[in-house]
Design a protein around this ligand. Structure first.
Ligand code: IMP
Ligand code: MG
Length: 189
């Protein structure tokens, strides 16, 4: 929180449009490792299929899957929600579907951020219809007080204020995904 620390001040090229550090690179990794340990325990007898939601979850997925000490499988979906750049419309289009069958699988959706919850709500219904044995969610970020759809999230990395954030996979107009920390975005959209 607060001002950029020296370790987060690496992103010179982005600094102009970034506000405060919301979650530092070190905090992200520490928490991802905690989540990995928890998932390792909870799914010890039934290694899950991790379903990442492109593109925002790529950084999170890459770190989380390596923090789970089980023979997990990994697949991705790509969805796009119509609407303005920083607000979801709730209308979700499947851009890339899964390659694997979900029947009797323990499925864990890996999502970058839950804002209104509309995207996740849609995905849950869509994937739930394929009869997985279980279907849970691991979200790195949960926006405080923003949910328009009630969500039960099995794993949450951080609850953050409702501001728009970028970094660690999260973008604005496809930029800033390659930052290691998560920042508020203060630039023009
Ligand atoms: P929701 O449907 O409102 O929950 O929005 C979820 C999707 O919107 C996420 O998967 C992100 O792709 C995007 N999103 C929501 N909030 C942010 C943000 O603060 N930064 C970047 N993307 C966001
Ligand atoms: Mg996303």
């Amino acid at each position: 929180m607060g001002h950029h620390t020296s370790e987060d001040f690496t992103a010179q090229w982005a600094a102009h449009d970034l506000g405060d550090v919301v979650v530092s690179a070190k905090q992200v990794l520490n928490r991802v490792h905690e989540l990995g340990r928890q998932i390792t325990e909870d799914y010890a007898d039934n290694p899950p299929l991790l379903v990442g939601v492109l593109k925002g979850a790529i950084n999170f997925m890459a770190d989380l899957m390596r923090a789970i000490e089980l023979p997990v499988e990994v697949d991705f979906m790509a969805v796009s929600s119509y609407g303005a750049a920083t607000k979801t419309s709730g209308v979700v289009r499947i851009v890339k579907d899964l390659d694997v069958d979900l029947l009797d699988r323990d499925v864990l959706i890996v999502e970058d951020v839950v804002d209104s919850g509309l995207t996740l709500n849609y995905l849950r219904q869509y994937l739930g219809a394929r009869n997985p044995k279980s279907l849970e969610v691991c979200a790195l970020l949960l926006k405080e007080g923003e949910q328009r759809v009630e969500q039960s999230l099995k794993y949450v990395g951080f609850t953050i204020p409702a501001d728009f954030v970028v970094g660690y996979g999260l973008d604005v107009n496809e930029r800033y995904r390659n930052l290691d920390a998560i920042y508020t975005f203060t630039g023009e959209v």
